[in-house]
Write a protein that binds this ligand. Structure first.
Ligand SMILES: [Zn+2]
Length: 183
């Protein structure tokens, strides 16, 4: 079965979704349209930053989720908390496997839980890995970009956090392809 996303209609939907996002966030080379006063610039991109209370809540949820991480092989525990556009938060942790390729990252665990509950649009994700600040791996950047390419990425550090735009972390994301004609 061909995934819905690559049909003509849904390519339009994808385009519209990105167009809709552009009213909130600017993208490279565009004059920023400020959505509210709570914006900040990151590498030429303006995005809406969640308020400090929300950021703190997301960081706490990410740290909580980290407690449940299953990381007997690396010992590297990670937690994530993903905020939907409806204000719901979904937690995730890394889940390792003796067959390393079966391991899942915290960010994707949170994403898949949220999608399984019918969510398709996200505002921010917080990631916690103890004192060490980490950024999402390439696979997670791609997975998150599928739904919210302008996601606000909040990375916990020992005292506070660092904040990024997903489009800054994953420029030129793979976001469409043309299916070959069926024989
Ligand atoms: Zn990852």
């Amino acid at each position: 079965m061909i995934p819905l996303k690559i049909s003509c209609n849904n390519t339009n939907l994808l385009y519209n979704r990105r167009k809709r996002n552009s009213t909130i966030y600017s993208s490279y080379g565009h004059i920023p349209k400020l959505y509210s006063g709570k914006t900040f610039e990151f590498g030429g991109i303006y995005l809406e930053k969640p308020d400090e209370k929300t950021i703190e809540k997301l960081l706490n949820y990410a740290r909580e989720a980290r407690e449940n991480a299953y990381a007997p092989y690396s010992g590297f525990k990670v937690g994530a908390a993903l905020l939907t556009d409806k204000g719901e938060i979904f937690k995730g942790c890394n889940v390792e496997n003796v067959s390393f390729g079966a391991t899942n990252c915290a960010e994707r665990t949170a994403l898949f839980s949220a999608v399984a509950e019918g969510n398709r649009s996200f505002t921010a994700i917080a990631i916690a890995a103890g004192d060490e600040t980490i950024l999402p791996c390439g696979i997670c950047r791609q997975a998150l970009s599928e739904f919210s390419p302008q996601l606000c990425v909040i990375c916990a550090k020992k005292d506070g956090y660092k904040i990024y735009s997903l489009s800054e972390l994953l420029p030129h994301a793979f976001d469409k392809f043309t299916p070959e004609e069926k024989n």
